[in-house]
Design a protein around this ligand. Structure first.
Ligand code: MG
Length: 256
């Protein structure tokens, strides 16, 4: 009887840890690599959603005329976003025929469903902090207008932008990307967690446990190799951001 009870307890404990990371997949710039869709397109967002991932990540820039648009690089097929108007950006298209999505259109599409979170990376504006903070303010206003607060989590490399988002919406989940703040600093500044390059956790081997102890989320980017995915899953991180969500989904199936 004693062994039976102990067995149940152990089973219960292992099930609860397994469920903590049942779906840790964040598709980096949508699902584009294996689907051959353009990164950060609405098509790649929908592909990620149809894969059932926890989150789909995308990158946001501010145009010269203060429109938030979705793209990774500072330029959209050669047109510099920070110094171009939105109209000027429409001169180019993604190979699948899409124009550069506005953040508003992109979020409206993502908010048609409730399963996959929208992981909103606010890019640092190359024209300076003032523009980055304006982009942060406009982002919080847009998410509020679309009633997307529960579905959207923010990430950013600029710590002032992270703090600005928390200041404007204390309930916003904001994860810092650069990797140079300790778990204690993130907690003090009311961040939801760390989203650091996986090498940062190797250089600071106590941080994952410290983040977990402080009840902060642990995310790692951009993890495309199976061995590193397994290493992070073993450390029970909350999320893994990857260009290869399909591979991570396969590994999780095997683990079950
Ligand atoms: Mg990004």
């Amino acid at each position: 009887m004693k062994h039976f009870v102990l067995g149940i307890l152990i089973l219960g404990a292992s099930l609860s840890t397994a469920s903590a990371q049942k779906n840790p997949i964040i598709a980096h710039r949508g699902a584009w690599k294996n689907t051959e869709l353009p990164q950060n397109s609405i098509a790649s967002l929908n592909a990620a959603i149809s894969e059932g991932v926890f989150g789909s990540e995308f990158d946001i820039h501010l145009t010269k005329d203060d429109i938030l648009v979705v793209n990774h690089d500072n330029d959209f097929y050669g047109i510099d976003i920070a110094t171009a108007t939105y109209q000027e950006l429409l001169a180019k298209k993604h190979p699948n025929g899409e124009s550069i999505p506005t953040a508003e259109d992109f979020l409206k599409e993502g908010l048609k469903q409730k399963k996959t979170k929208l992981i909103y990376e606010l890019k640092t504006n190359r024209l300076g902090l003032e523009r980055t903070l304006l982009a942060a303010q406009k982002s919080v206003e847009l998410v509020k207008k679309l009633k997307g607060e529960k579905m959207i989590e923010y990430i950013a490399f600029d710590y002032d932008a992270c703090k600005k988002i928390v200041e404007l919406n204390p309930k916003a989940k904001v994860h810092y990307l650069t990797g140079n703040k300790s778990p204690q600093e993130l907690k003090a500044d009311k961040m939801a967690g760390a989203d650091y390059h996986f090498s940062v956790y190797k250089k600071n081997p106590t941080w994952i446990a410290e983040l977990q102890k402080l009840k902060l989320k642990v995310n790692a980017w951009t993890v495309n190799e199976e061995a590193e995915m397994k290493n992070l899953l073993d450390q029970k991180v909350d999320y893994i951001t990857t260009d290869n969500p399909e591979l991570l989904a396969e590994l999780l199936k095997v683990k079950k």
